[in-house]
Design a protein around this ligand. Structure first.
Ligand code: BGC
Ligand code: BGC
Length: 846
């Protein structure tokens, strides 16, 4: 037993709580280590399902491919296997380098504007199409494919219908509904002239620490396998029928092949140490049905399996996927994923190509990669045969998708029908999905369904926030920075409640803080996780770090007002205190733009009948402790709070006794992206002061540093004591301190520290911002900015992590993610400090 586990076990034994889960953790880690040591890092293709492609090769198309190959120059062939991001490539370059494809990453959009109108997407699609098909240089002019992450609707485009994220759809357990969602999504993508969606994700997530848990339908392979084919069918049309990839359909893309949901500790892009059987039966379960439904693109995964990065792993990309599973499309890479293969860089990776990666996703690295790949073919490192094979696969998919005959994007059937984005019938499908995704975890005294004639208070910071209820991959990569007006066709959960209640003659009051003018019959409190995507959502445990929601619930409860919690999250979380403070509790996941679907289920119809019962059932086990992160049904020692498949119906008269709320402080881990909220350090970060006499930790509402060079006190801005005010009498530092967190990937990902502050006055002396590791300090001079901003009111600044001049290595162990030193005369107020994705506003100055 390692020291850490020993300590945890002792703590557990002493406190008598969390014991089982801690022991379970220990058992599991040991198991993993054993299997890691025992499992050889080889694949036995013969144990994988053998099937053949459902799509027969068409002799005429094969002839066309052969003719094209015969005409294409080497340069044209190399260009065909490369995909660039629209933020880093122009239509002219697509033409010049004969690129086979473009994508828009989560933060890339026409005119560099994440809120570009739909017509701009369509006109950019035309530009890329015109450029790629231009034959004026004597080339063959093959139309480029454009791929987009339409992972819950055409979610990059303002006005589109935003569906619940996959975790909610998994709870619906309704494969037919997936087909409808796929079909609607396809139409809304076609409106913008785009040919291909990087969806569905068919990861089977085993560790809920992973930031992409919400992109997974279930921790069990069954639901994922039953959905994979249906979504592909919805998006592409039924294979071998006239509708396949025609009229209203486009290319789907199953991802990420394979083992994405199995990484150790749930670390994004990490290492999967499962056995080969688990890789097949759990993580690989969705691929055979998806291929049987005609999936023609598979995206390679960032993860590795026992040290083999999937992007360069021939046994899986070729021997299993193509030879065993009968996949007859092309394999696309993930965002510079090839660069992580041993011996590769983002601009050079013959290994991945030779292993079976047919198209490189080289967003910003495409040009260097193009030149190097060309050289590698010339030198023989990549054979002509392999290049022809990859190009043929890409051309075959383009032919099957009808791309050669489709014409200018804007001339296609659905293109430009902007009224289809968020159209009433489309939103109705999403609203149905919302209703079916909600899981009722608690309903004491059968509080739900509520009478729509009641007086209802709606509270919580997420109540009227369509951005938050939609989560990551919504208009922006991280899903942050969105306002309700960015969803012209959507409804917040509050708006849905207001419409329902008002129509039935009830009364509704919205107050995020939970105050009211008329005493309500019931309060609905909507709260949960802030949006995130990919590694930015990785956490060390599943404790829901409470903000004001718990206090609101408790205050209401103390006043004898029945409380209904609507919890928004991308993963099951430890919310025992919130559950105790609620009479009814609904896990609503990330429902998307149709907030009204929540009201549909919370309220009785106007005539008092049950309008829609709760039919959602957990597709992920719900944790009994914050460290129950690898809690999966079927585990040897399975002790969830709510088991896989749990979910109440409103008919169930089942009251829940209070739950254990104690959380051992030794288990609470650092929050790597939020440092200060409402003027307080976000636990377990601490706010501290430093002057020439030493360090002082800030506890309570006011504090003075050791030699009184700086003092801080809580003050009011929008709410009581939601701000900390610092007053400098001499040279001193104010900083946030905690256990080291790794911010190196966030720095490479261009993320920034966002500070909400106001400068009441500024010193004429020196002021710096800084971040620190144990033995390093990175500084930024802000003297001038402070002076300029003095007296200018509240400000928000975003400072890129990369501006502090620390090396990647130093950034792996940051103990002070925010600090400021200043001098006599400075008086500053701070409200919130956190890490955010750079959506254009970040810079190197305050
Ligand atoms: C993600 C993929 C996504 C791609 C393009 C990657 O970072 O892992 O799921 O399709 O970016 O945005
Ligand atoms: C892109 C995402 C991509 C990510 C990879 C972001 O800048 O917008 O689409 O998945 O980088 O780290």
């Amino acid at each position: 037993m390692t020291n850490k586990l020993l300590v945890l076990s002792i703590v557990a034994a002493l406190t008598g709580c969390n014991g089982s889960s801690v022991d379970k953790q220990a058992v599991k880690s040991a198991d993993i280590d054993k299997s890691a040591a025992a499992a050889p890092a080889t694949i036995h293709p013969e144990i994988w399902p053998k099937q053949s492609s459902p799509i027969a090769r068409d002799p005429q198309q094969e002839q066309q491919i052969a003719d094209l190959l015969a005409k294409m120059t080497l340069e044209e062939k190399v260009g065909q296997v490369i995909q660039a991001d629209i933020a880093s490539v122009t239509p002219e370059e697509v033409k010049e380098f004969h690129l086979g494809s473009v994508l828009n990453g989560g933060n890339s959009a026409p005119n560099n504007n994440n809120h570009s109108p739909a017509k701009d997407w369509l006109s950019l699609a035309d530009k890329f199409w015109i450029a790629s098909t231009d034959k004026s240089d004597g080339g063959v002019g093959i139309p480029a494919l454009w791929g987009i992450d339409a992972v819950h609707g055409n979610n990059n485009v303002v006005g589109a219908t935003i569906f619940p994220h996959n975790i909610g759809l998994g709870a619906a357990n309704d494969p037919e509904l997936m087909r409808k969602i796929g079909a609607v999504t396809a139409k809304e993508v076609l409106v913008t002239g785009i040919d291909w969606t990087f969806a569905p994700t068919i990861a089977v997530v085993q560790n809920d620490r992973w930031g992409r848990t919400f992109e997974s339908f279930s921790e069990k392979p069954e639901i994922v396998a039953s959905y994979a084919g249906k979504i592909v069918e919805g998006v592409q049309g039924t294979v071998n029928t006239d509708e396949f990839l025609t009229n209203g359909h486009l290319l789907a893309n199953v991802k990420h092949f394979v083992g994405d949901g199995g990484t150790k500790d749930g670390i994004d892009q990490g290492e999967t140490l499962s056995s080969e059987e688990e890789l097949r039966d759990i993580h690989g379960a969705g691929y055979p049905p998806a291929i049987q439904s005609g999936a023609l693109v598979v995206m390679a995964s960032f993860n590795s399996w026992h040290g083999n990065k999937m992007h360069g792993f021939k046994p899986m990309l070729t021997d299993v996927l193509v030879e065993r599973m009968g996949f007859d499309g092309f394999v696309v890479g993930d965002w510079n994923g090839h660069g992580q293969v041993k011996g590769c860089t983002n601009v050079s990776c013959a290994q991945a190509f030779n292993a079976g990666l047919d198209m490189f996703m080289a967003p910003d690295s495409w040009k260097g990669l193009y030149h190097n790949t060309l050289a590698q073919v010339k030198s023989g490192e990549i054979t002509m045969e392999r290049l022809d094979q990859a190009v043929s696969r890409i051309l075959r998919v383009k032919l099957r998708a009808g791309l050669f005959d489709a014409g200018l994007p804007s001339s296609r059937t659905y293109a430009g029908k902007f009224e289809l984005l968020g159209s009433a019938p489309h939103r109705e499908v999403a609203r149905e999905a919302v209703r079916k995704s909600l899981v009722l975890l608690k309903n004491n005294e059968q509080l739900l369904p509520l009478s729509a004639k009641s007086k209802v208070l709606v509270a919580g910071s997420a109540a009227n926030n369509i951005g938050q209820q939609s989560g990551g991959w919504t208009l922006t990569w991280q899903g942050t920075g969105n306002k309700n007006t960015d969803f012209p066709n959507g409804a917040s959960i509050y708006q849905g409640i207001a419409a329902t209640v008002t129509a039935a003659g009830g009364k509704v009051e919205l107050n995020e803080q939970g105050q009211f003018t008329t005493r309500p019959d019931v309060a609905i409190v909507v709260f949960g996780e802030q949006p995130y995507a990919e590694f930015q959502g990785d956490v060390t445990d599943v404790d829901f770090k409470p903000e004001d929601s718990l206090k609101i619930l408790k205050d209401l409860q103390a006043q004898g007002i029945p409380t209904v919690s609507v919890f928004l999250s991308g993963r099951p979380m430890w919310v025992n205190p919130e559950l105790n403070a609620s009479d009814a509790f609904v896990a609503a996941w990330l429902p998307g733009s149709e907030g009204t679907g929540v009201a549909d289920v919370l309220f009785r119809s106007a005539d008092g009948e049950v309008a829609y019962d709760f039919t959602g059932r957990l597709s992920f086990s719900w944790p009994a402790t914050p460290t129950d992160v690898e809690l999966n049904v079927g585990n040897a020692d399975y002790q969830p709070l709510f088991a896989y498949g749990y979910g109440l119906s409103v008919q169930d008269a089942q009251d829940m006794a209070p739950l254990d709320e104690t959380l051992d402080p030794s288990l609470s881990s650092q929050n790597d992206s939020r440092y200060m909220f409402a003027g307080d350090a976000v636990q377990p970060w601490r706010l501290a002061l430093n002057d020439k006499a030493g360090n002082t930790q800030v506890t309570g509402n006011a504090q003075v540093s050791a030699s009184a060079a700086i003092s801080v006190k809580a003050t009011d801005y929008q709410a009581q004591e939601d701000t900390v005010e610092a007053n400098w009498q001499d040279s001193a530092r104010l900083y946030i301190r905690g256990n080291a967190v790794d911010l190196s990937r966030q720095a490479t990902g261009d993320m920034a520290i966002q500070i909400d502050y106001q400068v009441l006055s500024a010193t004429t002396g020196q002021s710096n911002l800084f971040i620190e590791c144990e033995t390093c300090n990175g500084e930024l001079d802000i003297s001038q900015s402070l002076q300029t901003k003095a007296g200018q009111g509240w400000q928000q600044s975003q400072i890129k992590l990369s501006c502090f001049g620390l090396s990647n290595e130093q950034l792996t162990s940051i103990i002070t993610p925010f600090g400021i030193n200043s001098d006599k005369g400075s008086k500053l107020q701070f409200k919130e400090i956190k890490l955010v994705s750079n959506e254009g506003a970040a810079s190197c100055s305050l």
